[in-house]
Design a protein around this ligand. Structure first.
Ligand code: GAL
Length: 390
């Protein structure tokens, strides 16, 4: 009895402490994607070279590397998982050579590790790599995915017969809901039909805003430039998706990958790693598992960051956080290092004699009075959370 009572007192104290200091990483919103989904997807690194062993090994690596504990949950299979023909019942089936145990077995394997499984199809007659897809097969395919234990569907836009996007995506969203299984719905129509205007209404949890990312600095900057105006459309359960991460795929430097990751977090992007988790370098892991940057992405206020100021190659990006503080990314797009400065007052923070600036990459606090400044490397960022000092 006394043991029970002290346990209860402890629980009440813990609850009280939680109520006073809400964690920025935990969203109070309900729904399938209260914070931007985090996980991994096979496409950026592996393309069509996928099989069930890769997916199992990736799930294991997600646990072993600490990615799961840092918040990554979804193990997503992209294009090329299916056989070229539907089965005799008209259902999609996995490629019998590359996925001999089928998707349901893979889902069980992934679930047993505390992770979730994602899959891919297209709102067209074929996937982009010309496998069978789900246009006019929405109900049967949604039922198949639910029966297999799938938790996330990325739904592409190839071979769409030029039929209106909204109705094609709505048909699948309705069919997913009808299964009764919670399945995150990731709309991938490349931003072609302004999905930010209709995707939340039809039940999309996230929607791609652009064409495909590639593993180059130019691609990351090009996509970034297309995001600033879209900030008002992002909110819990309905996220702009500037495409999956290229961090660790080898085409950029770690400085550039830190910039890519910081900016995606500032944009509330889904953090879907696209590298080989089984063999990633420690420096890649340190980027993907930077919890302070992840917390900015997952901040429960759900406000997307946006461009505050541009001065040649120097940019200041800013995101309001739920507790009133501001996340700031100072970005140098140019070929040489540059000092970038911003006044806390310009970030919309209340006037104060001093501010505390937390450097999210150096993991250090500093006190600033009138100007926050950093020497930023070429193609790099400095990232801070700024708040009035107590
Ligand atoms: C593209 C899509 C990519 C990838 C690819 C697969 O349309 O944007 O992310 O899924 O198809 O074929």
């Amino acid at each position: 009895m006394p043991l029970h009572r002290s346990a209860l007192v402890l629980a009440v104290l813990t609850l009280a402490a939680c109520a006073r200091t809400p964690s920025p990483a935990v969203s109070p919103a309900r729904g399938l994607a209260p914070a931007p989904p985090m996980g991994w997807n096979s496409w950026n690194r592996f393309g069509c070279h996928i099989d069930e062993q890769l997916i199992r090994e990736t799930a294991d690596a997600m646990v072993r590397s600490g990615m799961r504990d840092a918040g990554y949950r979804y193990v997503n299979i992209d294009d090329c998982w299916m056989a070229h023909e539907r089965d005799a019942k008209g259902e999609l089936q996995a490629d019998p050579v590359r996925f001999p145990h089928g998707i349901a077995a893979l889902a069980r394997y992934v679930h047993a590790r505390g992770l979730k499984l994602g899959i891919y199809s297209s709102a067209g007659t074929y996937t982009c790599q010309r496998y069978p897809a789900s246009l006019d097969h929405e109900a049967v395919d949604a039922r198949t995915f639910a029966r297999w234990g799938v938790d996330y569907l990325k739904y592409d836009n190839c071979y769409n017969e030029k039929r209106p996007a909204r109705e094609r995506y709505e048909a699948m969203a309705r069919s997913l809901r009808a299964t009764g299984r919670p399945i995150v719905f990731s709309i991938c129509e490349w931003g072609s039909n302004q999905p930010w205007l209709w995707a939340p209404e039809v039940g999309g949890n996230l929607w791609r805003t652009t064409g495909d990312i590639s593993d180059t600095w130019q691609s990351v900057m090009k996509i970034l430039d297309q995001q600033a105006a879209l900030a008002p459309y992002s909110r819990p359960n309905a996220w702009n998706d500037p495409d999956m991460l290229e961090v660790g795929n080898g085409g950029m430097s770690d400085v550039e990958y830190r910039a890519h990751f910081s900016l995606w977090a500032l944009l509330n992007a889904p953090l879907i790693a696209g590298n080989d988790l089984r063999t990633m370098a420690d420096s890649t892991r340190a980027i993907l598992e930077n919890r302070e940057v992840i917390a900015v992405d997952q901040d429960w206020g759900g406000s997307q960051g946006t461009l505050l100021r541009r001065d040649g190659d120097a940019e200041v990006w800013e995101k309001p956080l739920a507790d009133g503080s501001r996340a700031v990314v100072l970005l140098d797009r140019g070929p040489a290092p540059v000092r970038i400065a911003v006044a806390p007052a310009d970030l919309g923070l209340p006037a104060a004699p001093a501010y505390r600036a937390r450097d999210l990459w150096a993991h250090r606090d500093a006190t600033v009075s009138d100007t926050l400044a950093a020497e930023v490397p070429s193609h790099g960022v400095a990232m801070f959370i700024v708040r009035p000092a107590r």
